[in-house]
Write a protein that binds this ligand. Sequence first.
Ligand SMILES: Nc1ncnc2c1ncn2[C@@H]1O[C@H](COP(=O)(O)OP(=O)(O)OP(=O)(O)O)[C@@H](O)[C@H]1O
Ligand SMILES: [Mg+2]
Length: 481
Amino acid sequence: MKGRPGASPTAPAIRMTKRPGHADIQRARWQLWAVTFAILGSLAVALVFLAGGQSAIRHNPLPQGTLRVALLGLIAAFVLYAIDRERHLRRLAERLTHEQVESTQLATRLRYLAELQRERDTSAALFDGAADGIVVVDAELRLLRFNGAMQALCGQTGSKVLGGLAPVVLHFESTDGTPLEGAEYPLAAVLADGMPRSMELLLFVPGGERRWVSGTFSPIRDPETGEAVLALGIVRDISQQKEIEQLQRDFVSIVSHELRAPLTAIKGFAKTLVVKDEELSPATRREFLSTVNEQAERLARLVDDLLQVSRIDAKRVRVEWSEVDVADVLRDLMGQFHSKWGARRVVVDVDRGLPVVRADRQKFEEILINLIDNAIKYSPESTPVRVSARVTGDELEIAVADRGFGIAPDDAAELFQKFQRITTPATRDIGGTGLGLYIVKGLVEAHGGRVWVESVPGAGSTFAFTMPRARAEALPEEMHA
Ligand SMILES: Nc1ncnc2c1ncn2[C@@H]1O[C@H](COP(=O)(O)OP(=O)(O)OP(=O)(O)O)[C@@H](O)[C@H]1O
Ligand SMILES: [Mg+2]
Protein backbone atom coordinates (compact mmCIF):
# COMPACT_ATOMS: atom_id res chain seq x y z
CA MET A 1 0.00 0.00 0.00
CA LYS A 2 1.22 3.47 -0.84
CA GLY A 3 2.14 5.65 2.16
CA ARG A 4 0.67 9.10 2.83
CA PRO A 5 2.66 11.65 0.85
CA GLY A 6 5.23 13.24 3.11
CA ALA A 7 5.04 10.50 5.70
CA SER A 8 8.47 9.37 6.75
CA PRO A 9 9.21 5.87 5.46
CA THR A 10 11.38 5.19 8.49
CA ALA A 11 8.77 6.28 11.04
CA PRO A 12 8.26 3.51 13.60
CA ALA A 13 4.90 1.72 13.52
CA ILE A 14 2.76 2.89 16.38
CA ARG A 15 0.63 0.18 18.08
CA MET A 16 -2.81 1.63 18.51
CA THR A 17 -4.59 0.26 21.59
CA LYS A 18 -8.08 1.47 22.22
CA ARG A 19 -8.20 3.43 25.46
CA PRO A 20 -11.23 2.52 27.70
CA GLY A 21 -13.58 5.40 27.82
CA HIS A 22 -16.44 6.32 30.13
CA ALA A 23 -18.88 4.76 27.57
CA ASP A 24 -17.14 1.35 28.00
CA ILE A 25 -17.45 1.57 31.79
CA GLN A 26 -21.07 2.64 31.53
CA ARG A 27 -21.78 -0.29 29.25
CA ALA A 28 -20.05 -2.75 31.64
CA ARG A 29 -22.01 -1.25 34.54
CA TRP A 30 -25.30 -1.77 32.73
CA GLN A 31 -24.32 -5.35 31.93
CA LEU A 32 -23.58 -5.93 35.66
CA TRP A 33 -26.88 -4.46 36.68
CA ALA A 34 -28.74 -6.56 34.07
CA VAL A 35 -27.02 -9.75 35.26
CA THR A 36 -27.78 -8.86 38.91
CA PHE A 37 -31.46 -8.36 38.05
CA ALA A 38 -31.45 -11.64 36.12
CA ILE A 39 -29.96 -13.47 39.16
CA LEU A 40 -32.47 -11.85 41.49
CA GLY A 41 -35.30 -12.76 39.04
CA SER A 42 -34.08 -16.37 38.82
CA LEU A 43 -33.81 -16.59 42.63
CA ALA A 44 -37.35 -15.21 42.94
CA VAL A 45 -38.64 -17.83 40.43
CA ALA A 46 -36.76 -20.53 42.37
CA LEU A 47 -38.27 -19.38 45.68
CA VAL A 48 -41.77 -19.38 44.15
CA PHE A 49 -41.17 -22.88 42.95
CA LEU A 50 -39.64 -24.11 46.21
CA ALA A 51 -42.04 -22.44 48.66
CA GLY A 52 -45.59 -22.32 47.24
CA GLY A 53 -45.34 -24.21 44.00
CA GLN A 54 -45.14 -27.81 45.33
CA SER A 55 -48.46 -28.71 43.73
CA ALA A 56 -47.50 -27.05 40.50
CA ILE A 57 -44.29 -29.04 40.52
CA ARG A 58 -46.22 -32.10 41.31
CA HIS A 59 -48.41 -31.56 38.27
CA ASN A 60 -45.43 -30.62 36.08
CA PRO A 61 -44.79 -33.18 33.43
CA LEU A 62 -40.99 -32.70 33.95
CA PRO A 63 -39.49 -34.66 36.85
CA GLN A 64 -38.79 -32.49 39.97
CA GLY A 65 -35.01 -33.17 40.05
CA THR A 66 -34.51 -32.07 36.45
CA LEU A 67 -36.33 -28.78 37.07
CA ARG A 68 -34.23 -28.00 40.17
CA VAL A 69 -30.98 -28.81 38.37
CA ALA A 70 -31.98 -26.62 35.43
CA LEU A 71 -32.94 -23.77 37.75
CA LEU A 72 -29.72 -24.06 39.80
CA GLY A 73 -27.70 -24.29 36.58
CA LEU A 74 -29.34 -21.07 35.28
CA ILE A 75 -28.65 -19.26 38.57
CA ALA A 76 -25.01 -20.51 38.59
CA ALA A 77 -24.55 -19.31 34.98
CA PHE A 78 -25.96 -15.91 35.88
CA VAL A 79 -23.71 -15.69 38.97
CA LEU A 80 -20.60 -16.65 36.96
CA TYR A 81 -21.45 -14.09 34.27
CA ALA A 82 -22.05 -11.46 36.96
CA ILE A 83 -18.64 -12.22 38.50
CA ASP A 84 -17.02 -11.97 35.07
CA ARG A 85 -18.76 -8.65 34.34
CA GLU A 86 -17.77 -7.30 37.73
CA ARG A 87 -14.11 -8.24 37.10
CA HIS A 88 -14.30 -6.72 33.63
CA LEU A 89 -15.72 -3.53 35.16
CA ARG A 90 -12.92 -3.38 37.74
CA ARG A 91 -10.28 -3.96 35.09
CA LEU A 92 -11.73 -1.19 32.93
CA ALA A 93 -11.81 1.19 35.91
CA GLU A 94 -8.20 0.32 36.78
CA ARG A 95 -7.03 0.84 33.21
CA LEU A 96 -8.82 4.13 33.04
CA THR A 97 -7.21 5.33 36.27
CA HIS A 98 -3.79 4.16 35.00
CA GLU A 99 -4.24 5.91 31.67
CA GLN A 100 -5.34 9.08 33.45
CA VAL A 101 -2.18 9.02 35.59
CA GLU A 102 -0.09 8.43 32.46
CA SER A 103 -1.68 11.25 30.53
CA THR A 104 -1.18 13.63 33.51
CA GLN A 105 2.52 12.61 33.57
CA LEU A 106 2.75 13.10 29.80
CA ALA A 107 1.21 16.58 30.07
CA THR A 108 3.72 17.49 32.81
CA ARG A 109 6.57 16.17 30.66
CA LEU A 110 5.38 18.12 27.61
CA ARG A 111 5.14 21.30 29.68
CA TYR A 112 8.63 20.73 31.00
CA LEU A 113 9.93 20.16 27.44
CA ALA A 114 8.22 23.35 26.23
CA GLU A 115 9.87 25.28 29.09
CA LEU A 116 13.26 23.81 28.21
CA GLN A 117 12.76 24.77 24.57
CA ARG A 118 11.81 28.31 25.61
CA GLU A 119 14.92 28.59 27.76
CA ARG A 120 17.06 27.28 24.91
CA ASP A 121 15.54 29.84 22.54
CA THR A 122 16.14 32.64 25.08
CA SER A 123 19.81 31.71 25.57
CA ALA A 124 20.29 31.37 21.80
CA ALA A 125 18.71 34.82 21.30
CA LEU A 126 20.94 36.28 24.06
CA PHE A 127 24.01 34.65 22.54
CA ASP A 128 23.25 35.81 19.01
CA GLY A 129 21.90 39.22 19.96
CA ALA A 130 24.80 40.12 22.32
CA ALA A 131 26.56 43.31 21.25
CA ASP A 132 29.94 41.76 22.08
CA GLY A 133 31.56 39.04 20.01
CA ILE A 134 31.41 35.66 21.80
CA VAL A 135 33.40 32.53 20.91
CA VAL A 136 33.69 29.16 22.62
CA VAL A 137 36.53 26.78 21.75
CA ASP A 138 37.30 23.23 22.84
CA ALA A 139 40.61 21.96 24.23
CA GLU A 140 41.98 21.72 20.66
CA LEU A 141 40.99 25.36 20.00
CA ARG A 142 38.23 24.29 17.60
CA LEU A 143 35.41 26.83 17.33
CA LEU A 144 32.22 25.48 18.91
CA ARG A 145 30.23 28.70 19.12
CA PHE A 146 30.59 31.94 17.18
CA ASN A 147 27.90 34.60 17.56
CA GLY A 148 26.64 37.28 15.17
CA ALA A 149 28.62 40.15 16.74
CA MET A 150 31.82 38.11 16.41
CA GLN A 151 31.04 37.50 12.72
CA ALA A 152 30.56 41.25 12.21
CA LEU A 153 33.78 42.01 14.11
CA CYS A 154 36.08 39.71 12.20
CA GLY A 155 34.20 39.60 8.88
CA GLN A 156 33.83 35.80 8.88
CA THR A 157 30.59 33.83 8.63
CA GLY A 158 29.80 31.54 11.59
CA SER A 159 28.56 28.58 9.52
CA LYS A 160 31.82 28.57 7.53
CA VAL A 161 34.21 28.79 10.46
CA LEU A 162 32.52 26.55 13.05
CA GLY A 163 34.70 23.52 13.64
CA GLY A 164 37.76 25.38 12.31
CA LEU A 165 40.76 26.33 14.43
CA ALA A 166 40.39 29.62 16.32
CA PRO A 167 43.94 30.91 15.55
CA VAL A 168 43.24 30.45 11.82
CA VAL A 169 39.99 32.43 12.00
CA LEU A 170 40.79 35.03 14.67
CA HIS A 171 44.22 36.61 14.34
CA PHE A 172 45.06 38.60 17.45
CA GLU A 173 48.01 40.92 17.82
CA SER A 174 49.26 42.66 20.94
CA THR A 175 48.89 46.45 20.98
CA ASP A 176 52.46 46.87 19.73
CA GLY A 177 51.63 44.75 16.65
CA THR A 178 53.27 41.45 17.77
CA PRO A 179 51.20 38.47 16.52
CA LEU A 180 49.83 36.35 19.41
CA GLU A 181 50.45 32.76 18.37
CA GLY A 182 51.02 29.33 19.98
CA ALA A 183 51.06 29.50 23.78
CA GLU A 184 50.64 33.28 23.54
CA TYR A 185 47.25 32.93 21.83
CA PRO A 186 44.83 34.16 24.53
CA LEU A 187 42.39 31.21 24.32
CA ALA A 188 45.29 28.74 24.35
CA ALA A 189 46.83 30.47 27.37
CA VAL A 190 43.52 30.25 29.26
CA LEU A 191 43.21 26.53 28.50
CA ALA A 192 46.82 25.96 29.57
CA ASP A 193 46.76 27.62 32.99
CA GLY A 194 43.00 27.91 33.64
CA MET A 195 43.42 31.60 34.54
CA PRO A 196 40.98 34.18 33.14
CA ARG A 197 42.53 37.28 31.54
CA SER A 198 41.40 40.64 30.08
CA MET A 199 43.46 42.64 27.63
CA GLU A 200 43.42 45.16 24.82
CA LEU A 201 44.32 43.64 21.49
CA LEU A 202 44.35 44.24 17.76
CA LEU A 203 42.06 41.97 15.75
CA PHE A 204 43.12 41.36 12.19
CA VAL A 205 40.23 41.71 9.73
CA PRO A 206 40.36 40.19 6.20
CA GLY A 207 41.46 42.94 3.84
CA GLY A 208 44.35 43.97 6.05
CA GLU A 209 42.53 46.22 8.50
CA ARG A 210 43.31 45.94 12.23
CA ARG A 211 40.63 46.69 14.78
CA TRP A 212 41.16 47.72 18.40
CA VAL A 213 39.31 45.27 20.67
CA SER A 214 39.18 44.49 24.34
CA GLY A 215 39.03 40.76 25.06
CA THR A 216 38.03 38.81 28.17
CA PHE A 217 39.05 35.17 28.02
CA SER A 218 38.00 32.64 30.65
CA PRO A 219 38.00 28.87 31.13
CA ILE A 220 34.88 26.70 31.24
CA ARG A 221 35.58 23.83 33.67
CA ASP A 222 34.37 20.26 33.81
CA PRO A 223 32.03 20.27 36.88
CA GLU A 224 33.44 16.95 38.09
CA THR A 225 37.19 17.21 37.48
CA GLY A 226 37.46 21.03 37.61
CA GLU A 227 39.70 20.86 34.54
CA ALA A 228 39.46 23.67 31.92
CA VAL A 229 37.88 21.83 28.99
CA LEU A 230 36.54 24.76 26.99
CA ALA A 231 37.48 28.43 26.75
CA LEU A 232 35.16 31.39 26.33
CA GLY A 233 36.20 34.64 24.65
CA ILE A 234 34.19 37.87 24.81
CA VAL A 235 35.52 40.47 22.40
CA ARG A 236 34.40 44.12 22.25
CA ASP A 237 35.15 46.65 19.50
CA ILE A 238 36.86 49.65 21.12
CA SER A 239 38.10 51.36 17.95
CA GLN A 240 35.78 54.33 18.49
CA GLN A 241 37.01 54.79 22.07
CA LYS A 242 40.60 54.59 20.80
CA GLU A 243 39.82 57.22 18.14
CA ILE A 244 38.44 59.54 20.83
CA GLU A 245 41.56 58.98 22.95
CA GLN A 246 43.73 59.76 19.92
CA LEU A 247 41.64 62.86 19.22
CA GLN A 248 42.14 64.06 22.80
CA ARG A 249 45.91 63.54 22.48
CA ASP A 250 45.87 65.46 19.16
CA PHE A 251 43.79 68.18 20.77
CA VAL A 252 46.25 68.68 23.62
CA SER A 253 49.32 68.63 21.36
CA ILE A 254 47.87 70.84 18.60
CA VAL A 255 46.21 73.35 20.92
CA SER A 256 49.20 73.62 23.19
CA HIS A 257 51.45 74.19 20.16
CA GLU A 258 49.03 76.70 18.62
CA LEU A 259 48.72 78.53 21.95
CA ARG A 260 52.40 78.53 22.72
CA ALA A 261 53.54 79.94 19.35
CA PRO A 262 51.65 83.28 19.54
CA LEU A 263 52.20 83.53 23.30
CA THR A 264 55.97 83.15 22.88
CA ALA A 265 55.96 85.81 20.16
CA ILE A 266 53.84 88.22 22.24
CA LYS A 267 56.00 87.67 25.31
CA GLY A 268 59.25 88.15 23.37
CA PHE A 269 58.21 91.31 21.53
CA ALA A 270 56.51 92.84 24.56
CA LYS A 271 59.58 92.22 26.70
CA THR A 272 61.88 93.79 24.09
CA LEU A 273 59.56 96.79 23.90
CA VAL A 274 59.65 97.22 27.69
CA VAL A 275 63.36 96.59 28.24
CA LYS A 276 64.80 98.29 25.15
CA ASP A 277 62.17 100.94 24.65
CA GLU A 278 64.70 103.79 24.49
CA GLU A 279 66.98 102.05 22.03
CA LEU A 280 64.26 101.18 19.48
CA SER A 281 63.44 103.42 16.56
CA PRO A 282 59.79 104.44 16.18
CA ALA A 283 59.53 102.26 13.03
CA THR A 284 60.86 99.16 14.84
CA ARG A 285 58.60 99.87 17.80
CA ARG A 286 55.59 100.06 15.43
CA GLU A 287 56.65 96.84 13.72
CA PHE A 288 56.96 95.04 17.08
CA LEU A 289 53.62 96.34 18.28
CA SER A 290 51.95 95.25 15.07
CA THR A 291 53.41 91.72 15.54
CA VAL A 292 52.10 91.64 19.12
CA ASN A 293 48.69 92.69 17.82
CA GLU A 294 48.73 90.04 15.05
CA GLN A 295 49.68 87.27 17.47
CA ALA A 296 47.02 88.37 19.97
CA GLU A 297 44.47 88.16 17.14
CA ARG A 298 45.71 84.68 16.29
CA LEU A 299 45.20 83.68 19.94
CA ALA A 300 41.72 85.18 20.00
CA ARG A 301 40.85 83.34 16.76
CA LEU A 302 41.98 80.04 18.26
CA VAL A 303 39.84 80.59 21.34
CA ASP A 304 36.88 81.55 19.11
CA ASP A 305 37.41 78.42 16.99
CA LEU A 306 37.49 76.20 20.07
CA LEU A 307 34.26 77.75 21.36
CA GLN A 308 32.61 77.28 17.96
CA VAL A 309 33.77 73.64 17.86
CA SER A 310 32.28 72.98 21.28
CA ARG A 311 28.94 74.48 20.13
CA ILE A 312 29.00 72.34 16.96
CA ASP A 313 29.84 69.23 19.00
CA ALA A 314 26.94 69.92 21.34
CA LYS A 315 24.67 70.69 18.34
CA ARG A 316 23.98 74.09 19.86
CA VAL A 317 24.85 76.39 16.97
CA ARG A 318 22.37 79.28 17.13
CA VAL A 319 21.55 80.60 13.68
CA GLU A 320 20.23 84.16 13.65
CA TRP A 321 18.34 84.10 10.36
CA SER A 322 18.27 87.13 8.12
CA GLU A 323 18.33 87.83 4.39
CA VAL A 324 21.90 88.04 3.25
CA ASP A 325 23.14 89.47 -0.03
CA VAL A 326 26.15 87.35 -1.05
CA ALA A 327 27.61 90.11 -3.27
CA ASP A 328 27.37 92.53 -0.35
CA VAL A 329 29.16 90.14 2.04
CA LEU A 330 31.93 89.56 -0.48
CA ARG A 331 32.30 93.30 -1.04
CA ASP A 332 32.78 93.75 2.73
CA LEU A 333 35.27 90.90 2.93
CA MET A 334 37.30 92.29 0.03
CA GLY A 335 37.38 95.60 1.91
CA GLN A 336 39.26 93.87 4.73
CA PHE A 337 41.15 91.92 2.10
CA HIS A 338 44.43 93.80 2.08
CA SER A 339 45.02 93.70 5.79
CA LYS A 340 43.99 90.07 5.96
CA TRP A 341 45.30 88.42 2.80
CA GLY A 342 48.01 90.83 1.76
CA ALA A 343 48.97 90.89 -1.86
CA ARG A 344 47.07 87.75 -2.94
CA ARG A 345 44.71 88.06 -5.87
CA VAL A 346 41.14 87.10 -5.00
CA VAL A 347 38.76 87.24 -7.95
CA VAL A 348 35.09 87.64 -7.08
CA ASP A 349 32.77 86.36 -9.81
CA VAL A 350 29.26 86.99 -8.52
CA ASP A 351 26.26 88.27 -10.54
CA ARG A 352 24.68 91.50 -9.36
CA GLY A 353 21.16 90.13 -9.70
CA LEU A 354 21.83 87.10 -7.49
CA PRO A 355 18.93 86.32 -5.12
CA VAL A 356 19.48 86.78 -1.39
CA VAL A 357 20.07 83.80 0.84
CA ARG A 358 18.50 83.00 4.19
CA ALA A 359 21.43 82.83 6.58
CA ASP A 360 23.19 84.11 9.68
CA ARG A 361 25.38 86.86 8.18
CA GLN A 362 28.19 86.53 10.70
CA LYS A 363 28.36 82.73 10.33
CA PHE A 364 28.12 83.04 6.54
CA GLU A 365 31.17 85.34 6.66
CA GLU A 366 32.98 82.89 8.93
CA ILE A 367 32.44 80.08 6.39
CA LEU A 368 33.77 82.21 3.54
CA ILE A 369 36.76 83.48 5.52
CA ASN A 370 37.78 79.92 6.44
CA LEU A 371 37.54 78.72 2.82
CA ILE A 372 39.34 81.76 1.35
CA ASP A 373 41.98 81.47 4.10
CA ASN A 374 42.63 77.85 3.14
CA ALA A 375 42.68 78.60 -0.59
CA ILE A 376 45.34 81.24 0.01
CA LYS A 377 47.27 79.17 2.54
CA TYR A 378 47.45 76.02 0.42
CA SER A 379 48.35 77.52 -2.96
CA PRO A 380 51.46 79.25 -4.34
CA GLU A 381 51.58 83.04 -3.93
CA SER A 382 51.53 83.67 -7.68
CA THR A 383 48.21 81.91 -8.24
CA PRO A 384 44.76 83.55 -7.91
CA VAL A 385 41.81 82.48 -5.77
CA ARG A 386 38.34 82.71 -7.32
CA VAL A 387 35.05 83.06 -5.43
CA SER A 388 31.88 82.43 -7.44
CA ALA A 389 28.17 81.95 -6.77
CA ARG A 390 25.27 80.55 -8.80
CA VAL A 391 21.64 79.61 -8.30
CA THR A 392 20.73 75.91 -8.26
CA GLY A 393 17.03 75.30 -7.61
CA ASP A 394 16.08 76.50 -4.14
CA GLU A 395 19.68 77.06 -3.19
CA LEU A 396 22.67 79.20 -3.90
CA GLU A 397 25.96 77.40 -4.56
CA ILE A 398 29.05 79.30 -3.49
CA ALA A 399 32.49 78.02 -4.55
CA VAL A 400 36.04 78.96 -3.59
CA ALA A 401 38.59 77.68 -6.11
CA ASP A 402 42.36 77.76 -6.02
CA ARG A 403 45.21 76.54 -8.20
CA GLY A 404 47.14 75.14 -5.28
CA PHE A 405 48.59 71.87 -4.02
CA GLY A 406 45.30 69.98 -4.26
CA ILE A 407 44.15 67.03 -2.16
CA ALA A 408 44.48 63.29 -2.84
CA PRO A 409 41.05 61.61 -3.29
CA ASP A 410 41.62 59.34 -0.24
CA ASP A 411 42.23 62.33 2.03
CA ALA A 412 39.27 64.40 0.83
CA ALA A 413 36.63 62.57 2.91
CA GLU A 414 38.57 63.11 6.14
CA LEU A 415 39.32 66.81 5.79
CA PHE A 416 36.05 67.87 7.37
CA GLN A 417 36.81 66.00 10.61
CA LYS A 418 38.15 67.69 13.71
CA PHE A 419 41.95 68.19 13.85
CA GLN A 420 42.41 66.56 10.43
CA ARG A 421 45.46 68.04 8.72
CA ILE A 422 47.22 66.66 5.70
CA THR A 423 50.91 67.04 5.75
CA THR A 424 52.57 66.79 2.39
CA PRO A 425 56.07 68.12 1.67
CA ALA A 426 54.37 71.24 0.22
CA THR A 427 52.15 71.91 3.26
CA ARG A 428 54.41 70.68 6.08
CA ASP A 429 55.46 74.17 7.20
CA ILE A 430 52.01 75.73 7.00
CA GLY A 431 50.51 76.24 10.46
CA GLY A 432 46.96 75.42 11.49
CA THR A 433 44.84 73.48 13.95
CA GLY A 434 42.73 71.42 11.53
CA LEU A 435 39.54 73.00 12.86
CA GLY A 436 38.65 75.33 9.97
CA LEU A 437 36.85 72.83 7.72
CA TYR A 438 35.15 71.15 10.69
CA ILE A 439 33.70 74.55 11.60
CA VAL A 440 32.74 75.21 7.95
CA LYS A 441 30.85 71.90 7.80
CA GLY A 442 29.16 72.49 11.17
CA LEU A 443 28.00 76.00 10.20
CA VAL A 444 26.87 75.04 6.67
CA GLU A 445 24.85 72.13 8.07
CA ALA A 446 23.31 74.36 10.73
CA HIS A 447 21.90 76.35 7.79
CA GLY A 448 20.58 73.16 6.16
CA GLY A 449 23.23 73.24 3.43
CA ARG A 450 25.96 70.87 2.18
CA VAL A 451 29.69 71.30 1.68
CA TRP A 452 32.06 69.29 -0.53
CA VAL A 453 35.41 69.43 -2.26
CA GLU A 454 36.60 68.63 -5.74
CA SER A 455 40.32 68.52 -6.17
CA VAL A 456 43.11 67.38 -8.44
CA PRO A 457 46.44 66.93 -6.64
CA GLY A 458 48.94 69.43 -7.99
CA ALA A 459 46.29 71.33 -9.98
CA GLY A 460 44.03 72.88 -7.32
CA SER A 461 40.87 72.48 -5.25
CA THR A 462 37.34 73.83 -5.29
CA PHE A 463 35.42 73.89 -2.01
CA ALA A 464 31.72 74.51 -2.56
CA PHE A 465 28.71 74.84 -0.26
CA THR A 466 25.01 75.55 -0.57
CA MET A 467 22.80 77.99 1.32
CA PRO A 468 19.00 78.06 1.16
CA ARG A 469 17.52 80.88 -0.91
CA ALA A 470 15.23 83.22 1.01
CA ARG A 471 11.62 82.15 0.26
CA ALA A 472 9.49 84.67 -1.66
CA GLU A 473 6.95 84.98 1.17
CA ALA A 474 9.78 85.74 3.58
CA LEU A 475 11.00 88.68 1.52
CA PRO A 476 10.20 92.27 2.38
CA GLU A 477 7.23 93.85 0.55
CA GLU A 478 9.24 95.81 -2.04
CA MET A 479 11.10 92.67 -3.21
CA HIS A 480 7.90 90.89 -4.29
CA ALA A 481 7.38 93.18 -7.27
N1 LIG B 1 42.29 74.71 -0.48
C1 LIG B 1 43.01 73.69 0.00
N2 LIG B 1 43.96 73.10 -0.78
C2 LIG B 1 44.66 72.06 -0.30
N3 LIG B 1 44.51 71.52 0.93
C3 LIG B 1 43.60 72.07 1.73
C4 LIG B 1 42.77 73.17 1.32
N4 LIG B 1 41.95 73.47 2.32
C5 LIG B 1 42.22 72.62 3.32
N5 LIG B 1 43.20 71.78 2.97
C6 LIG B 1 43.76 70.68 3.77
O1 LIG B 1 42.81 70.35 4.75
C7 LIG B 1 43.37 70.40 6.05
C8 LIG B 1 42.29 70.86 7.01
O2 LIG B 1 41.94 72.21 6.78
P1 LIG B 1 41.36 73.07 7.97
O3 LIG B 1 40.98 74.38 7.43
O4 LIG B 1 40.35 72.26 8.65
O5 LIG B 1 42.57 73.19 8.98
P2 LIG B 1 43.88 74.06 8.90
O6 LIG B 1 43.79 75.02 7.76
O7 LIG B 1 45.03 73.13 8.89
O8 LIG B 1 43.84 74.82 10.27
P3 LIG B 1 42.87 76.00 10.72
O9 LIG B 1 42.12 75.44 11.86
O10 LIG B 1 43.77 77.09 11.10
O11 LIG B 1 41.97 76.31 9.56
C9 LIG B 1 44.51 71.35 5.94
O12 LIG B 1 45.49 71.05 6.90
C10 LIG B 1 45.01 71.07 4.53
O13 LIG B 1 45.87 69.98 4.55
MG1 LIG C 1 42.00 76.24 7.61
